[in-house]
Design a protein around this ligand. Structure first.
Ligand SMILES: Cc1cc2nc3c(=O)[nH]c(=O)nc-3n(C[C@H](O)[C@H](O)[C@H](O)COP(=O)(O)OP(=O)(O)OC[C@H]3O[C@@H](n4cnc5c(N)ncnc54)[C@H](O)[C@@H]3O)c2cc1C
Length: 402
């Protein structure tokens, strides 16, 4: 590889790596992103952009483009199969955000926008088919080994960000362990164009259905309803993804004549895991490389993007000599507790509330949600938390206080 030495090396061209790369590019700092795939992945993954993330992405003038490519979801519902329902409206936080709604849009549309935006900067490059295989560092540089179609090479920079996803090689190479656990059940996601709002009264774009036997959620993205539900460890992937299994589950949501049209289907393992450290010398972990959580609440990708903003902003200031490198420890001390205490706690509680078989727990949760929905100040407090504005504010206060 014939690349002049960049200041910043990034492993992974997912949303987290590309957000960070855009921040360095905007600051005039040279950055090289290394992506093992031959092109940007377009698999169906996260689709929720929280208000806090949209506010941050405004810096790149990208939020409006995401809205144009997706849709605004100003409401959030918790329901059950028997007709109980509570609705929260993001209008309660209109004074707190420029985006009082979630945006539903596939994450690959964000990565495309971010990669296209990088093209205007001669000091920013994305290298595809470039798998990072090793990491080494000295007190003033960090190097990575790369494997590509034309062989192996090595490149050195000042700092490295491992944004290489849940199976992060960078994390392993740095000897950082991932604490936490994996849920015994996996999640099945199926997309269908079936018009659920015509048969489920008042259904909004983001609706979570509690059920002690089989909870599910319905999410509207780009003309399709995504249905997510749990599958037990007794069922293998082939069975879970079969027409028979998906039709049976969708028919349980709404019994209609004839089969549902299925556009996409996938099964994945679900984790609640956080890396024991986010930093080793000149190398940092961000996004899924640093933390994994269940998708109930749409916090995984959003939390990763929040990591990227804090880490890249700090590194820009260090590179420009505006702050000493010791301040970089703020990254782990701010972001790791958020992953552990905030994102983990909320997403585990979301799962428990939807699936609990205990009638007392069910009653307590329903009562609490009804009280929140009925009281504007409780609704605001709740929405600030679930839209991840509260965690960003906590982080900002801590940094400015120090
Ligand atoms: C199957 C699946 C479904 C999901 N569905 C949802 C969902 O419905 N809702 C939700 O909120 N979240 C979901 N998520 C989680 C969400 O997609 C992630 O939180 C988000 O993608 C994290 O972004 P990232 O940039 O940290 O990592 P990624 O998006 O995983 O990006 C990492 C990138 O690094 C590249 N890479 C990996 N190893 C190397 C290497 N050694 N060298 C170079 N490049 C490398 C990968 O090819 C990839 O492009 C899902 C995740 C998966 C895997």
């Amino acid at each position: 590889m014939n690349t002049p030495r960049p200041n910043i090396l990034i492993a992974g061209a997912g949303p987290v790596g590309l957000v960070a790369a855009n921040i360095f590019a905007d600051a005039g700092i040279s950055v090289a992103v290394f992506e093992s795939d031959a092109e940007l992945p377009t698999t169906l993954r996260a689709s929720t952009f929280q208000p806090s993330t949209l506010d941050l992405l405004d810096r790149f003038n990208i939020s409006e483009k995401l809205i144009a490519l997706g849709l605004k979801a100003p409401r959030l519902q918790y329901r059950d199969r028997q007709g109980w329902m509570v609705e929260l409206n993001f209008g309660s936080i209109r004074e707190d955000t420029s985006h009082p709604y979630r945006v539903q849009c596939e994450q690959y549309k964000l990565t495309k926008l971010l990669a296209d935006r990088l093209q205007q900067f001669p000091h920013a490059q994305i290298h595809f088919s470039s798998q990072v295989t090793e990491v080494s560092q000295t007190s003033d540089s960090v190097s990575i080994s790369l494997k590509g179609p034309t062989g192996s090479s090595q490149i050195t920079g000042d700092w490295l960000i491992g944004a290489d996803g849940g199976r992060s090689l960078i994390r392993d190479a740095l000897g950082i362990k991932l604490g936490g656990f994996t849920w015994p059940e996996r999640f099945l996601v199926a997309s269908t164009p079936f018009d659920f709002p015509s048969v489920i009264p008042n259904l909004c774009e983001v609706s979570y259905f509690a059920d002690p036997e089989e909870w599910f959620f319905l999410l509207y993205v780009s003309g399709l309803w995504r249905v997510m539900l749990p599958i037990g460890s007794h069922e293998n992937d082939t069975e879970a993804l079969s027409d028979a299994s998906i039709q049976k589950r969708l028919q349980r949501i709404y019994a209609k004549s004839g089969d549902y049209e299925i556009k996409h289907r996938t099964v994945y393992n679900v984790h609640q895991r956080v890396a024991e450290r986010y930093r080793d010398g000149r190398a940092f972990l961000a996004g899924d490389a640093a933390h994994l959580n269940n998708p109930l609440g749409g916090m995984g990708m959003n939390g990763g993007i929040h990591d990227a903003f804090l880490l890249a902003d700090l590194l820009v200031k260090v590179q420009k000599g505006e702050i000493p490198p010791s301040i970089l420890d703020h990254y782990e001390s701010q972001r790791r507790p958020i992953a552990l205490e905030y994102v983990n706690t909320i997403t585990i509680a979301n799962k428990n509330n939807l699936e609990t078989k205990d009638p007392v727990e069910q009653k307590i949760w329903r009562k609490k949600m009804m009280e929140i929905a009925a009281d504007p100040s409780l609704a605001r407090e709740y929405l600030l938390k679930v839209s991840m504005i509260a965690s960003l504010r906590k982080q900002e206060q801590a940094i400015y206080a120090s």
